[in-house]
Design a protein. Structure first.
Length: 266
């Protein structure tokens, strides 16, 4: 690949510290030398309160940080009442715009790909199409998560092929060995806009510092750099939800990203 391309950008998801105030999260992220905060709807950006979203956005930027995305908990196709579904989605878009975000993270339904069935899958895909079509200048990207249509790389790829304009996040599936996880990333890499970064291994109860899976994260960073596209690498969890861990985890993440950038052909 040739061309300079923008750098990979290190950030944090506010869900990492959902028990802390938004202002405390901003302080921690700035002190850790991170560049972005993905604000989560669950704790810090309540739907229907655009004034608070705008306040958080202003405080984030005043600290020198970017707001790339709103981490919503909207599950495409999961709300049975079409009117309610439209109302909730309008609130999600309003929150993202109040934040000045350029991307909205959504969930690809509420059923595992193996359990969704043809009708359930179609309902989710149709809802994702409506999201993309109504989002205007905002990018819509799916969480890459168990219990949804992105719980399997083949299912995620098929979903992306069927919904033009839809993007996705990626994260290592729980308990999946490195090479298999990386194969999954390669399968969707052309549609990836952001990665959620953490080291759970081999179960979600075993949460380690990033360097415990350094080989995985170095390979992930190299794959992201190979695209030449803007990419957010967002710390999503730290061991023990400990604020004292963030600075060290941020250093590790920046080291992986800068190493990948240095090795990318220009």
């Amino acid at each position: 690949m040739s061309g300079g391309g923008p750098p990979l950008t290190a950030g944090v998801c506010s869900v990492t510290y959902r028990a802390l105030s938004a202002d405390r999260v901003i302080t921690l992220a700035a002190r850790a030398g991170l560049a972005q905060i993905e604000w989560g709807q669950d704790a810090h950006i309540p739907l229907g309160d655009e004034a608070e979203a705008a306040r958080v956005a202003e405080a984030t930027r005043a600290a020198g940080l970017e707001v790339p995305s709103l981490g919503s908990y909207y599950r495409a196709g999961a709300i049975a009442d079409p009117q309610e579904d439209r109302r909730v989605w309008r609130q999600v878009l309003a929150a993202a715009r109040a934040l000045g975000a350029r991307r909205v993270r959504v969930w690809a339904g509420d059923r595992a790909s193996a359990d969704a069935g043809p009708a359930g899958r179609r309902r989710t895909l149709d809802a994702l199409k409506r999201c993309v079509d109504s989002a205007g200048d905002l990018t819509v990207a799916t969480e890459y998560h168990s219990g949804t249509l992105t719980d399997d790389a083949g299912s995620a790829r098929a979903m992306l092929d069927e919904v033009p304009g839809l993007r996705t996040y990626w994260q290592p599936p729980n308990g999946m060995p490195d090479e298999r996880a990386l194969d999954g990333l390669r399968a969707v890499l052309d549609r990836v806009d952001a990665v959620h970064v953490f080291s759970w291994w081999p179960t979600p109860r075993e949460r380690w510092p990033l360097d415990h899976r350094a080989a995985l994260w170095r390979e992930v960073a190299g794959l992201l750099a190979s695209t030449g596209r803007p990419m957010s690498a967002l710390l999503e969890f730290v061991p023990g939800d400990d604020p004292g861990m963030l600075a060290g985890e941020a250093r590790s993440l920046r080291r992986y990203l800068s190493g990948a950038e240095a090795g990318r052909p220009r």
